[in-house]
Design a binder for this molecule. Structure first.
Ligand code: FAD
Length: 314
């Protein structure tokens, strides 16, 4: 059996989990077995919908104490749920990064983090993964009986198959968390950056926080999330949760629009898995143009109002 961990936020399944479910279903098909899922905490969404992504059975532990993520508590439950699993699939997000390595130790299972493709089964169980901040690929052959894969978001895609999953409670021992969450402040009214299809991002070229209206206006029109380079967050023009890159959030949207960002290697490390990159920079020598699918050499203060007007007319 292939087991996929389904991540939720505020009772709703995360977009990246539909992709992980689709991937798990395909791995199950390739290995001649079925795909099941586990989800922790109380969930508002209809879980039988996971059948539409190829999942046959969803195991739930609907305990409110699990609504706040705790790596140790989650790992223990998933370890028990994975008893009969040959392959366990995570999305390579904050939860997956914290739980998959712990699970790997507990189950003595080989782990491929940052997986970029389906396993190749012609000669063992080999998974292609990104290395060196996405600048290269490595092929990892997993030789342990149990195998864990943490899939890079947006590396495989969401595939619907039709169907409905059986939803069953999983009888888990729930340890008391060693860390107590006192409160959670959700950023309201914004598209979550890690899940966004489109991201509009600004750098130091925008000169100051008073000019961020052009970033937020375009983001609003496109239903996009906003992001920024690290110095922009460091000098408090934008909040730190918007900082993308090597030391910030790594994202892989379908469209990343970078405005007034130089494209330093540390910035690229967090955005170079984006499907399409558009760069607006007044310096034709800016390194970001080498990574761009589309580049506009121009002053953001002239180009952005024109783009916003054009999008408004669509
Ligand atoms: P700048 O380098 O100042 O570039 C501004 C750009 O805007 C220039 O290319 C300029 O041509 C352009 N510009 C200026 N005016 C205009 C205009 N009117 N219209 C259009 N374009 C204009 N950075 C990150 O972003 N994320 C990270 O995670 C990160 N981690 C780091 C980790 C380490 C260990 C180190 C050493 C650095 C890290 N950095 C990171 C910093 C990184 O090296 C760069 O300094 C940073 O990304 C530069 O930010 P920027 O492009 O906004 O600013």
């Amino acid at each position: 059996m292939v087991l996929v961990f389904i991540d939720q936020a505020a009772g709703h399944i995360k977009k990246s989990s539909f992709e992980a479910a689709s991937y798990a279903a395909k791995v199950a098909e390739l290995t001649g077995t079925t795909a099941e899922a586990i989800i922790l905490g109380t969930v508002a969404d209809d879980l039988s919908q996971l059948g539409n992504y190829g999942i046959t059975k969803v195991h739930t532990v609907a305990d409110a104490s699990l609504n706040n993520f705790d790596a140790q508590v989650y790992t223990k439950i998933i370890t028990a749920a994975a008893e009969n699993a040959d392959v366990i699939v995570f999305s390579q997000n904050t939860t997956g990064k914290a739980v998959a390595p712990r699970l790997s130790v507990r189950l003595k299972a080989g782990l491929v983090s940052g997986a970029a493709a389906l396993p190749e089964l012609s000669n063992g169980f080999t998974v292609k993964k990104t290395v060196f901040s996405g600048k290269a690929f490595a092929n990892i052959t997993v030789t342990t009986a149990k195998k864990i894969i943490a899939l890079n978001p947006n590396a495989y895609g969401v595939i619907t198959t039709g169907g409905s999953a059986e939803v069953v409670p999983f009888n888990a021992t729930i340890d008391a968390a060693k860390v107590t969450v006192e409160s959670v402040d959700l950023v309201k009214g914004e598209v979550p950056l890690g899940e966004a299809d489109i991201v509009v991002s600004g750098g130091r070229g925008l000169k100051g926080p008073e000019n961020w209206g052009m970033i937020t206006d375009l983001a609003h029109l496109l239903g996009a999330a906003t992001a920024c380079s690290r110095p922009v967050a460091d000098i408090h023009w934008r909040p730190h949760h918007e900082h993308v890159g090597q030391t910030g959030l790594a994202i892989a949207p379908n469209l990343y629009i970078a405005v007034g960002i130089s494209g330093a290697i540390q910035h690229l490390a967090g955005v170079n898995r984006s499907k399409t990159i558009v760069v607006i920079n007044k310096d034709p020598e800016a390194p970001f143009f080498k990574a761009a699918d589309y580049g506009i050499v121009g002053d953001a203060f002239e180009v952005m109002p024109k783009i916003i007007d054009a999008v408004k007319k669509l």
